[in-house]
Design a protein around this ligand. Structure first.
Ligand code: 5GP
Ligand code: 5GP
Length: 288
């Protein structure tokens, strides 16, 4: 009898493990996460293949931000960012999926206290929303990026401080804003630029093909990809030299804009910082 109930208990435990593992797989598939089952039956995410440095264009992103609050960099008036800013450094798999929330390590802002100045400037939050953390609760944009992506980059970038430091260094070394500015692609509310021209300017500078994400014909994000030693590489699916083929599935049309000025518009009910429209300084690159 004792043996039978022990058997029943262990079968029930095994069934629970299998159900939990299959639920993890469903979730992993949904979120594009590549998961394996480790030797002790625990889900384990395999190590990533390459890095994706996701940059955001504030001129576009800020057009969809409806509210102002002290931590929203869209609300800094004449000091609002006029360069591509950092969204995150994301570890990716070659098949288009990615790992997420790889360890239980929570974000601790104290660990990056010496980096706060450059982070505020080049990795600001462009929204008032408090993103969810990996382990329940809400936190900062930096906390979200570290827990979701930074913990999975750890085999290469190490701890929280080194994740943020490495990201800043890569961002400064591969200065997309400068490259585009020098090629004549300056922020404008009237000009439209050929997608192929923007891609070529970056290919010529970094010898790799970026990925662009657009919203209503305006660049919202630009992704640069790197091998694990931070040498540039094409973003997944970006190996063709024909921009027609390359961007057939892209959210960008053939002619795209880089908006210079973002009005927060009506409904600014949370405003604590007033939005003061300013003429945008087209010598943006001088600010770097
Ligand atoms: P969206 O649905 O807005 O494209 O992406 C939502 C979120 O999913 C991103 O902010 C990011 O955390 C994650 N994500 C989207 N695309 C990628 C990707 O190519 N690689 C990685 N690692 N994460 C991504
Ligand atoms: P992701 O899309 O990277 O997984 O999630 C980003 C989360 O951070 C979202 O919940 C979004 O509301 C919040 N967030 C805060 N500031 C920013 C920002 O500047 N850019 C983006 N893309 N998301 C931000």
């Amino acid at each position: 009898m004792a043996i039978l109930s022990a058997n029943l208990a262990s079968s029930a435990a095994l069934a629970l493990i299998l159900v939990a593992a299959s639920l993890c797989l469903i979730e992993a598939k949904q979120f594009g996460i590549g998961i394996e089952i480790g030797s002790r039956g625990r889900p384990r995410q395999r190590e990533f293949d390459y890095f994706n440095l996701a940059l955001q264009w504030p001129g576009t992103y800020c057009q969809r931000t409806r509210y102002c609050c002290p931590n929203n960099a869209c609300c800094r008036g004449s000091n609002s960012p006029a360069v591509f800013t950092i969204h995150g450094l994301w570890p990716d798999y070659n098949d288009g999926s990615w790992p997420a929330c790889c360890t239980k390590k929570s974000f601790d802002e104290k660990e990056i206290s010496t980096l706060l100045d450059p982070l505020e400037k080049y990795w600001p939050s462009l929204s008032c929303g408090k993103p969810s953390s990996c382990h329940g609760g809400k936190g900062s944009f930096w906390g979200h990026e570290w827990e979701k992506h930074g913990t999975c980059s750890a085999p290469v970038t190490g701890d929280e401080y080194n994740y943020f430091l490495t990201t800043l260094n890569v961002y400064f070394k591969y200065n997309v804003t400068k490259v585009l500015n020098e090629a004549g692609y300056v922020p404008s509310n009237t000009e439209k630029y050929p997608l192929g021209g923007i891609v070529s300017a970056i290919q010529n500078a970094f010898h790799a093909t970026p990925k662009l994400v657009c919203r209503n014909g305006a660049v919202e994000e630009l992704h640069l990809c790197f091998y694990k030693d931070f040498k540039p590489r094409d973003c997944a699916g970006g190996s063709s030299s024909s921009s027609d083929m390359l961007f057939s599935g892209s959210s960008c049309p053939n002619y795209i804009s880089l908006p210079a000025y973002a009005s927060l518009g009506a409904g600014n009910v949370e405003s604590e910082v007033s939005w003061v429209p300013e003429d945008v300084d087209l010598r943006w690159v001088d600010r770097l």
